[in-house]
Design a binder for this molecule. Structure first.
Ligand SMILES: C[S@@+](CC[C@H](N)C(=O)[O-])C[C@H]1O[C@@H](n2cnc3c(N)ncnc32)[C@H](O)[C@@H]1O
Length: 235
């Protein structure tokens, strides 16, 4: 672990959110990993329901494979919820997370997320987490995971993805994750007709995504937020 990562880790603490599920508070950034109104309900609402399920729904029968890129992998909660859904529906999931400051598996273990995930997914995820930071691993018959332990801006990949979960800290605390450079770099990895989904919605983000050839949809936000954003890449 380098100095920045150690410093980041020394400043993390587990806190409970309003739906009873835990999140992590990052003292350096000054922000939770999830909404204070509910970590689990936010992950489910924004990424699982309004992201993955929304994308699959219209043509569900045609999907046997789905690829997801997550920016800000953190605890892996979004991955585990998606993995359970794909496993249950027999969809092959190819999931790549980008994480500049990977947590250690002890802290992930302390989140209590095993209460919301199937035992099989939880156990294989925890067992394979460190290997996933080094390359692609099979979590079960349907789910494949790899985590790139680098900053978003340094991430490169030949592959494009069906869905991008954009789960960076808020622009007030980490503006560099929401500027033109970061968003354009991210959209490069989205397939034509692919879906970009995030908990946030601002005029600036909408303008940037439109300029990058995306159509914008406002969707109802998770509790505590009126709206969130979905964007489909048209070119
Ligand atoms: C809002 S939290 C995401 C929570 C996560 N999706 C989860 O379910 O636990 C933002 C994440 O982005 C990571 N991060 C911060 N700067 C980053 C960067 N430049 N590139 C990639 N990840 C970054 C943080 O370490 C943190 O894990």
């Amino acid at each position: 672990m380098d100095d920045t990562n150690t410093q980041m880790h020394n400043n993390l603490v587990i806190v409970q959110t309003e739906d009873g599920s835990n999140t992590i508070f990052n003292n350096i950034i000054g922000e939770n990993y999830h909404s204070k109104h509910g970590a689990l309900q936010e992950s489910k609402h924004v990424f699982l329901e309004s992201g993955l399920k929304y994308y699959l729904d219209p043509s569900f029968l045609n999907f046997s494979n789905i690829s997801i890129l997550e920016v800000g992998f953190g605890t892996g909660l979004n991955f585990m919820l998606s993995a359970d859904y794909c496993t249950e529906n027999k969809i092959n999931l190819f999931y790549t997370g980008i994480e500049a400051y990977p947590l250690n598996e002890v802290m992930i273990g302390q989140t209590g997320y095993n209460g919301f995930i199937t035992k099989e997914t939880w156990e294989t995820f925890i067992q394979n987490y460190n290997s996933a930071l080094r390359g692609s691993v099979l979590i079960n018959e349907y789910c494949n995971l790899q985590i790139a332990p680098i900053k978003l801006i340094d991430f490169e990949n030949d592959q494009q993805f069906d869905i991008i979960y954009y789960d960076a800290f808020a622009s007030t605390n980490q503006p560099e994750m929401w500027n033109e450079l970061a968003i354009a770099h991210t959209i490069k990895f989205l397939k034509p007709e692919g879906l970009f989904v995030t908990y946030a919605i601002t005029g600036n983000l909408k303008r940037m995504l439109k300029a990058l050839g995306c159509t914008i949809q406002k969707a109802p936000g998770a509790p505590g937020k009126r709206e969130m954003l979905r964007a489909f890449k048209m070119v």
